[in-house]
Design a protein around this ligand. Structure first.
Ligand SMILES: Nc1nc2c(ncn2[C@@H]2O[C@H](COP(=O)(O)OP(=O)(O)OP(=O)(O)O)[C@@H](O)[C@H]2O)c(=O)[nH]1
Length: 312
């Protein structure tokens, strides 16, 4: 069965948005396992928090070591989950749609009676879960570039500020790579906008395939992209930048249209702010373009450079 999918999600799929957000009538639901679960679940629209609330109730039915929830908007694990020998899977269905699949793990065999009691709990979760799924998906859509599915500029600004703050507090490395495609305008001019979009999708694919995690990839619009690296990933940022540039130029679609990418890289230095780090990566990108394109240039990682840029 298909997971509750938002792929073509518009609010038309939901009978009425009001019906999703307004309080449903719970009277038909059995509440034999413990009062208050529905109310507790309704206090949050955060999927991870709802899973946590649910897992506490489920833990009273039997000793569980893990609960994992698979949804169309991601996979979530209850805090402290660890694998065990016995597994039980259950689909959370609402109006013939699968909202989620739950995977329970336990050191002991899960009996039919316990399965039934878990089902009673799951039933109480259906409406709060659907609400949280809708909200999460809308939040995701607001932060994603519609063409490539990468994070958009808004998401970047937010993530960038958080990453810089985190790195300064923890004294950990943080690096920013800005990429701009080379000769992209010619694709639009000679082959049409559709071919241009195909190239942008290919670039996003090449970038995703190059990096371990893709939630730090962004498209600013046009042919500009950014990669935000923190902790140990930031230490190997130069290597990553070279890999990205190579992966883009070697992607068969980019190769077909003669498109490559130039990259500018900057590593955060002590007491530096977002603006300065961004400006240094941007200057390095400019240098890569000037030096002949399809290249990586790195901003000198010195506080003197930062001071000079701040003065400029
Ligand atoms: N197909 C497509 N084109 C876009 C999109 N957004 C912006 N563009 C086009 O992207 C092009 C960007 O132009 P430039 O960066 O100046 O072109 P370039 O040829 O890459 O220039 P260099 O960086 O000097 O190599 C313009 O032609 C825009 O119209 C989009 O979403 N889809």
């Amino acid at each position: 069965m298909e997971l509750f999918s938002f792929s073509e999600m518009s609010l038309d799929h939901v009978p009425s948005y009001a019906s999703v957000t307004s309080k449903p009538n719970w009277s038909h639901l059995t509440n034999t396992v413990g009062p208050g679960l529905v109310e507790q679940l309704q206090t949050s629209l955060d999927l991870a928090q709802q899973l946590q609330i649910f897992s506490m109730a489920a833990g009273k039915v039997l000793p569980l070591t893990a609960i994992e929830m698979h949804t169309a908007v991601g996979v979530f694990s209850a805090a402290g989950s660890y694998p065990a020998e016995h597994e039980y899977r259950s689909m959370l269905l609402l109006n013939d749609q699968c909202l989620a699949e739950l995977v329970y793990q336990s050191e002991v065999q899960i009996s039919p009676l316990q399965q039934r009691r878990l089902l009673e709990l799951e039933t109480q979760w259906l409406f709060p879960l659907r609400n949280a799924l809708v909200v999460t998906r809308l939040q995701q859509l607001a932060l994603k570039d519609t063409l490539t599915g990468l994070g958009n500029r808004r998401f970047f600004d937010d993530s960038f500020a958080k990453a810089v703050q985190f790195s300064e507090r923890k004294q950990q490395p943080c690096a920013l790579i800005l990429l701009d495609l080379d000769n992209f305008k010619a694709v639009n001019d000679h082959h049409g906008h559709h071919a241009g979009d195909e190239v942008l999708l290919a670039v996003a694919d090449a970038m995703r395939n190059t990096l371990r995690v893709s939630d730090n990839l962004f498209r600013f619009g046009g042919d500009e992209f950014a990669v935000l690296l923190t902790s140990e990933d930031a230490a190997s940022a130069e290597l990553v930048a070279h890999r990205l540039v190579k992966a883009i130029s070697q992607h068969h679609t980019c190769d077909k249209f003669g498109v490559s990418a130039s990259a500018g890289l900057a590593q955060l230095v002590e007491l530096e702010d977002c603006k300065s780090l961004f400006n240094r990566a941007d200057s390095a990108l400019y240098q890569a373009k000037q030096a002949g394109k399809n290249l990586v240039r790195q901003s000198a990682k010195t506080t003197a450079t930062v001071a000079e840029l701040a003065k400029a």
